[in-house]
Design a protein around this ligand. Structure first.
Ligand SMILES: [Zn+2]
Length: 309
């Protein structure tokens, strides 16, 4: 198995303002924990810059234009209660999309390869027509549509273990039976308020809300009893992971108590299914995670599990 790491230094220039949880230090810390000394075997790449056509695979022209129009020349603009843009944000967002696209190219053209994209801003809250919850463009949804368009595959799955429900990905996918979205997250009314178990799309959406305060046992039960069997049955040709690490017990934004071993476990479970269904093709995209140490240690555990045979 060859494991690739895609990132770009310009993702650090998305400035969200003083004391914002989704801050450049998140990515600095992750990259420090994924350094060459620790992971000499990782194949490292700089993310390419996505073009506008790629954005339109999952977003409306109005949405793309709105973000372009609101790019500030200096300072920081607020796009919604949680989402901000600085002069460097647009390029950072295009690098985050570009990384996801590059990752699809790698797993679709190389045998037995998986990829982790260490980028920001995250994507899973971004709707087809609006920014939301720190997210400008939905990196995972764009990657799914790109894989279909470029490589002629049909069935793409996104598994999302971020502590927040990926409302954007679900809404973009929910009418298409060849796209699958499975998520565990802290139960609504927790942000963003969606992700109830009864939200099932056309049978292609599996949501397992976790009660506030729950931990490893509830998470593993939810995955083992609901998400993973449905994923296996869906039989994806490509597996995308929305890898948020904010269900970690140290995270300040949520209250689910996962430990690093849980990320090792879920990564290996997803690899087992990818091995069975889709020639090991896994594209993993960084979403949330707001305790710097919890985030970096969890991301390191996840990448180590992606690497291990
Ligand atoms: Zn999150």
């Amino acid at each position: 198995m060859a494991t690739h790491l895609i990132s770009h230094r310009n993702c650090l220039f998305h400035d969200t303002g003083y004391e914002h949880a989704e801050r450049p230090d998140r990515l600095r810390m992750v990259m420090q924990y994924l350094d060459e000394e620790t992971f000499p075997e990782l194949q490292r790449h700089e993310a390419s810059l996505a073009n506008e056509e790629l954005l339109l695979l999952a977003h409306t022209q109005e949405h793309v234009q709105n973000i372009k129009d609101r790019r500030p020349a200096s300072g920081i603009v607020q796009l919604d209660p949680d989402t901000f843009m600085s002069p460097g944000s647009y390029e950072a967002a295009l690098r985050a999309v570009g990384a996801a696209i590059d990752a699809v190219d790698i797993v679709m053209t190389e045998k037995d390869a998986n990829v982790f994209c260490a980028t920001r801003p995250p994507g899973h809250h971004a709707e087809a027509d609006q920014v939301m919850g720190f997210c400008l463009f939905n990196n995972a949804a764009i990657a799914a549509y790109y894989a279909r368009q470029k490589y002629g595959i049909e069935r793409v799955a996104v598994i999302d273990f971020d502590v927040h429900h990926g409302n954007g990905t679900q809404h973009i996918f929910e009418k298409d039976q060849n796209l699958f979205y499975g998520s565990t997250h802290q139960a609504p009314p927790f942000y963003p308020g969606t992700g109830h178990a009864h939200e099932t799309g056309v049978g292609n959406i599996v949501n397992v809300p976790l009660e506030e305060g729950s931990g490893s046992t509830a998470f593993r039960d939810a995955m083992t009893s609901h998400v993973l069997p449905a994923l296996e049955k869906f039989n994806p040709e490509l597996l995308i992971i929305s890898a948020g690490f904010d269900a970690h017990h140290k995270d300040p934004l949520a209250n689910i108590n996962l430990v690093e071993e849980d990320y090792d476990w879920i990564t290996k479970e997803l690899k087992r299914i990818a091995n069975k269904c889709c020639e090991n093709r896994i594209v993993s995209l960084l979403e949330g995670g707001y305790d710097l140490l919890g985030l970096a240690q969890s991301a390191k555990t996840h990448v180590k599990a992606l690497l291990d045979d």
